[in-house]
Design a binder for this molecule. Structure first.
Ligand code: FAD
Length: 341
């Protein structure tokens, strides 16, 4: 059989990382990324990019832990390499603070991040409104650089990238053998997934180079995440809100909440406001599906619905999606050898 042609639809974090894993795992395949938008115009470009997992209620914790571990291990290796600067990946230390002690004192990911420990009394003095906290070191991806670095790696692996809005997966049937759906919130319309909903997030990117440690309210409602070029201040979580325009009242509210955690942010400058729609679901849709229409079949792998935690698990879910693509290739090879008999 001829080399299978694989279309990955979507060029956010999930589409690019999945396309890269498929191209690496199956070098004989011809992989193409098709997307309506590329960096810097995706949800992934808005994100803070911190590796702190969000919990998906519909997925067993050991699976989520494995996805996080694969992602952390892979990105930790990049952060220790000469590629770190171009890829926009670095270690960052800081504190997660609680006004009331958390139900689970030790989160499931505590042994994957580095140096997880309760905060000391001296550290807690910095946060007079909080009663307890956890200190650890994790990784941060800076976007757009990370997405652009992934695009560069894709090109080096011979992957083509084209701007194209896909209105129906069937329109790819005559050109591709396998379609990988990584359209994030776009899957709500593309495949009519009613379980997928937006959780609108507004963040500020500010110039405050003296802020070196992250600070996060334990429930994730307010956060300060220093990156290479700016500090991300957040945030909001508005379920079922599709609006992409920044709200000035929300901007002031975010700024005030962050200043209450880190008063020196009053001196922050060059405030830019960004909005993104988290593609949320009870569980990530990581699934193989065979679509049928009038006797024709289309092999599809879905990889979307990463909600508030795409950066934290993207390498793990890309690995699983590539495994599902491998199953599709085996099915294609099986049907082509049966046709020859
Ligand atoms: P997207 O980045 O939205 O990519 C989808 C792609 O599909 C785009 O290229 C789009 O153009 C394309 N597309 C859609 N429909 C079609 C179509 N019909 N035809 C062709 N192309 C199509 N996660 C973390 O782990 N850590 C964080 O600190 C963090 N912070 C966040 C802060 C905010 C404010 C927000 C909004 C999110 C944050 N997230 C964070 C979550 C993370 O950003 C998402 O989980 C992740 O970006 C989802 O990536 P994606 O590739 O699925 O979606």
């Amino acid at each position: 059989m001829a080399a299978p042609k694989v279309a990955v639809v979507g060029a956010g974090l999930i589409g690019l990382s999945t396309a890269l894993r498929v191209a690496e795992a199956f070098p004989s395949c011809c992989v193409t990324v098709l997307s309506e938008q590329f960096s810097p115009n995706t949800t992934s470009d808005v994100a803070a990019g911190m590796l702190i997992p969000h919990t998906y209620p519909g997925i067993p914790i050991h699976v989520q832990k494995q996805w996080f571990k694969e992602t952390f291990t892979n990105l930790f290796a990049i952060s220790n390499s000469a590629e770190a600067s171009e890829a926009g990946i670095h270690l960052v230390s800081g504190w997660q603070v609680f006004k009331n002690p958390p139900k689970d004192e030790v989160p499931f990911w505590s042994d994957i991040v580095l140096g997880f420990r309760p905060m000391s009394t001296a550290e807690l003095q910095k946060f007079p409104q909080h009663r307890s906290g956890q200190a650890f070191t994790t990784l941060k991806c800076n976007c757009p650089p990370y997405l652009q670095w992934l695009e560069k790696r894709l090109k080096a692996n011979g992957v083509q990238m084209h701007t194209r809005k896909v209105a129906d997966l069937w329109e790819l049937h005559s050109e591709y053998d396998i379609v990988v759906n990584c359209t994030g919130i776009g899957a709500h319309h593309l495949v009519g997934d009613e379980k997928l909903f937006p959780v609108r997030g507004q963040v500020l990117k500010v110039h405050a180079p003296w802020v070196k440690n992250f600070i996060r309210e334990g429930d994730g409602s307010t956060y300060i995440y220093p990156g290479i070029y700016s500090v991300t201040l957040g945030g909001t979580r508005e379920k079922e809100s599709w609006g992409l325009s920044p709200d000035p009242g929300t901007t002031k509210d975010i700024f005030d909440r962050c200043c209450s955690l880190e008063p020196s942010l009053q001196q922050a400058q060059d405030i830019k406001v960004k909005v993104g729609l988290r593609p949320s679901r009870l569980c990530v849709r990581l699934q193989r599906e065979v679509l049928s229409r009038g006797g024709a079949k289309l092999l599809v792998v879905h990889n979307y619905g990463h909600g508030a935690g795409g950066f934290s698990v993207h390498k793990g879910t890309a690995e699983e999606a590539a495994r599902l693509v491998g199953e599709c290739i085996a099915a294609l090879q099986g049907s082509s050898s049966r046709a020859k008999l």
